[in-house]
Design a protein around this ligand. Structure first.
Ligand SMILES: [Zn+2]
Length: 115
């Protein structure tokens, strides 16, 4: 009976895995390159690969934090000029925490040892 309780108690610690962190990358109007905005967002059940915010929120309204990106100026490291990207197809979410699947079994093992 005690063993059953112990197993149940270990399960909730793995629920954070459904959250994926993304960095915001924008197509530059000045040099046509991709620049990171230095902004990160966390999303539940988001895409596992680079995708534009228009595609991620296809047919849905954008969260305010992402909608505001069209008013945020980006400084281009190549030309030194400021620009804003108004096109939702040119603003991308790039997963930053979901690209290391090898870490998952390790963290599960660590949890059981800790326990
Ligand atoms: Zn640029």
């Amino acid at each position: 009976m005690q063993l059953k309780l112990a197993i149940g108690g270990a399960v909730p610690s793995t629920t954070d895995n459904s959250l994926t962190q993304y960095s915001i990358v924008v197509t530059c109007n000045k040099c046509a390159g991709l620049h990171e905005m230095g902004i990160s967002v966390t999303m539940e059940d988001g895409p596992t690969y680079k995708q534009s915010i228009r595609d991620v929120y296809d047919g849905k309204s954008l969260p305010k934090s992402l909608a505001n990106l069209t008013n945020t100026s980006i400084s281009c490291p190549k030309t030194g000029r400021q620009s804003t990207q108004k096109n939702h197809h040119q603003i991308f979410l790039v997963p930053t925490t979901n690209d290391s699947p090898k870490r998952r079994p390790k963290s599960i093992a660590a949890t059981s040892i800790k326990f």
